[in-house]
Design a protein around this ligand. Structure first.
Ligand SMILES: [Zn+2]
Length: 142
């Protein structure tokens, strides 16, 4: 994709907090129940903390009881990239931001309807963006 964002590790370190860097750039996992997803108090979307790409809608969020934010589907299939992850002696499907390759979490086949999928995402990898901010600044004219 043409709008792919590529930065050096040095640049990411400057932009992100150490915990954000560890999870998204080094494929880490935050401790269960440690990450708090911002409350979606108005219409908006959970976006990539690294590049701002919209990833998950609050409407697709559900309580999985795992201690990580869980969604049954992404904003669109294009927003994310799924890769086979064979680390830790398991075969899992890793979920990355398609635009900047940030590690987000994993997807499992035990989610609720309608998709039956469970996107298990690190809260630290997401920021909430209200829809009203998506169109840029308010018009200067009255
Ligand atoms: Zn991203």
């Amino acid at each position: 994709m043409s709008d792919r964002i590529v930065r050096t590790d040095e640049e990411w370190r400057r932009i992100l907090t150490p915990e954000q860097y560890r999870v998204t750039r080094e494929g880490g996992t935050e401790c269960a129940f440690s990450g708090r997803l911002p409350e979606a108090t108005e219409p908006g979307v959970f976006a990539c903390v690294c590049c701002g790409q919209p990833l998950f809608r609050p409407e697709a969020k559900f309580d999985s009881g795992t201690g990580w934010p869980s969604f049954f589907r992404p904003v669109s299939a294009d927003a994310i990239e799924e890769r086979t992850d064979r680390s830790h002696g398991m075969v899992r499907i890793e979920v990355r931001c398609r635009r900047c390759e940030a590690h987000l979490g994993h997807v499992f086949p035990d989610g609720p309807p309608p998709t039956g999928r469970r996107f298990c995402i690190n809260a630290v990898a997401l920021v909430f963006r209200p829809d009203r901010a998506a169109d840029g600044d308010a018009p200067a004219e009255q």
